[in-house]
Design a protein around this ligand. Structure first.
Ligand SMILES: O=C(O)CCC(=O)C(=O)O
Ligand SMILES: [Fe+2]
Length: 386
């Protein structure tokens, strides 16, 4: 578990040493090309594109609320660092001790209710919804021999690269073992470094779960019509018994889990006893976790191999407030990188393993606070031509 600060110490004035510590917002380079310092009067009101960027990275004299940005050639636009109030309060995460859930066969969960302190969960949700770029990925699959277009029923985005590569401080991609630039044909997609605002959460999660992660996937469920159907994250590129940390922010949504049917996992060890001892879940009732803002579920051990999970569609106003889900995972090999970018960014427009085509035009979406919806984002040069 990570070190916790007490609430009392948080409300004490910060000493010089604390102000300089990485925990309190010092730049983490994390493979981002340009970490600009940006100035403006109010951190909450400036948009990065309006803000003045000090190219030398210095703080302007007399300028307040300097703002840093994670930028990279693969990003449609830069992503601000976490605002200081969120950054400091994250020092209290995890905000609750986790419950261990192992009362069903092959199930192994850690449930933090919440992980993110309540005081900042709303701000973090609004910050990420405002500042991240999202995609609405379409792809073709063969269903019963017929080519079918799948419209992913949620907004998605992804950052990270598998264990065979890493980002250097200047944002270039190198081979993990040799440190040399990765060959051009290693990836068909263009891997993106994890921006500071998500990397801070990744580091905390690593501390609390004793696992390392190299991928961050983000889902935005704009309303109750957005969903993810039953699946398991059991791809071979994650290795066996992967740990996946899954955060919820914003609207409360039900997270359902059901055991895989026996036929889906022939020869799985212990299966006969497992299925015979299932309780409420065998009676046709999935397990239901009404995930609230700030909660985190760690799925570990045999969970992915034996259980399916979903966020079903829902009616009612709560879901229409929008929900963000963030998962941290570790992909071992480059197939994981290809898969995650294909299905969460979709721009690669390459033939996938099944010969399907992905990506369509790869439109970028961004939250429009005035319209209170995701709208298509166009680069400034295209915008001015219209
Ligand atoms: O939104 C959620 O809580 C689940 C997301 C999920 O299962 C996934 O992205 O694989
Ligand atoms: Fe999943």
């Amino acid at each position: 578990m990570s070190k916790r600060r007490t609430l009392d110490s948080f409300f004490q004035p910060l000493r010089k040493k604390q102000q300089l510590s990485p925990e309190n917002g010092t730049a983490q380079r994390n493979g981002i090309l340009n970490n600009h310092r940006v100035s403006g009067l109010s951190q909450d009101s400036i948009r990065p594109e309006e803000a003045k960027i000090l190219e030398d990275g210095s703080e302007g004299v007399g300028l307040q609320d300097a703002r840093e940005l994670s930028s990279h050639t693969t990003y449609p636009f830069p992503i601000p660092y976490l605002p200081s109030n969120i950054q400091s309060m994250l020092g209290f995460a995890p905000a609750a001790e986790p419950s261990v859930i192992k009362d069903q066969p092959d199930l192994d969960l850690l449930y933090f209710q919440p992980y993110i302190p309540k005081e900042i969960a709303r701000d973090l949700f609004e910050f990420l919804r405002q500042e991240l770029f999202f995609y609405r990925v379409k792809y073709m699959i063969k269903r019963g021999g017929v080519e079918t277009l799948i419209n992913t029923p949620r907004f998605t985005t992804v950052f990270g690269v598998d264990e065979t590569s890493r980002f250097t401080a200047d944002g270039s991609l190198v081979d993990s073992s040799t440190g040399r630039p990765v060959p051009k044909d290693r990836y068909r997609c263009k891997p993106r470094p994890i921006p500071q605002c998500l990397n801070e959460l990744r580091k905390l999660t690593e501390g609390s779960t004793n696992t390392t992660y190299n991928f961050c996937l983000v889902n935005y469920y704009a309303s109750g019509s957005d969903s993810i159907s039953y699946h398991s994250d059991d791809e071979r590129f994650l290795g066996s018994n992967p740990s996946i940390a899954s955060f919820s922010l914003g609207a409360k949504r039900d997270f359902l889990m059901k055991h895989k049917p026996p036929t889906e996992r022939p020869g799985a060890p212990g299966m006969s006893t497992a299925t015979s001892t299932l309780s409420s879940e065998t009676a046709g009732q999935p397990l239901k976790f009404p995930l609230a803002s700030g909660d985190m579920i760690l799925m570990r051990g045999p969970t992915q191999a034996t259980w399916l999970h979903s966020i079903p569609k829902r009616k009612g106003r709560e879901s229409d407030r929008g929900r963000i889900n963030i998962t941290f995972r570790k992909a071992m090999v480059r197939g994981g990188t290809e898969n995650y970018y294909t299905y969460n960014v979709g721009m690669s427009a390459n033939a996938d393993e099944n010969g399907g085509r992905t990506g369509e035009k790869g439109e970028v979406y961004r939250w429009d606070g005035r319209r209170e919806e995701m709208v298509q984002w166009l680069p400034p040069e295209i915008k001015s031509e219209n």
